[in-house]
Ligand binder design. Sequence first.
Ligand SMILES: [Zn+2]
Length: 214
Amino acid sequence: MISIFNLLKIIFPPVCVICDQYADYFCADCQDKIDFLYFQPNLPPIEGLIEEIKILGFFVPPLSTVIKSLKYQSLHSLGPILGDLLYKHLPFSNEIDCVTSVPLHTKRLRWRGYNQAELIAQQLALNLKIPYRNFLARQRHTQNLASTASDQERLQLMAEAFTVPVEQQSSIIGKNILLVDDVVTTGATLAACASQLRVSGANKVFAVTLAHEG
Ligand SMILES: [Zn+2]
């Protein structure tokens, strides 16, 4: 029996957001054109908090275009494609017990309808055959911090922007957790999330993002 999803794919075949080819939302030819990152960038905020970080590529087209389509054009079908892409290209430690993602503020979540990092993370967890959990919540927008505060103040405000809901706390103790986000710049957001996980008793925090915007 053919599923509704596959039937829809036959009637309305997906078009690649990069090359307009009828193939997939991010076709194999365009995936080959990713500017892959073969080194670990220096991200001081994560030092001592995150065991290791894996990053797929630079934040340039086609990867940046695909990430923007996922975030701003409601193309949530790209989420699983990007989760598969991470799994295909990056090695992950077999110490990892579960996967989580950098949360959106509830207002933004309502506006967008989904958390792009969560979609990517859920697919990655499926591939890694380990559970996905929403361990973190976001209580504050952190977008305008860059212009308002010193480095130290910014890290402090950022750390306070994330919390671990009480009902999640017992599941975190002693766990090695993989934290997923779409893009990393300075590492401050990942560091803030990792510090909350560690305070709640996580043993080790690993991180992975699709792109590095330097
Ligand atoms: Zn393409």
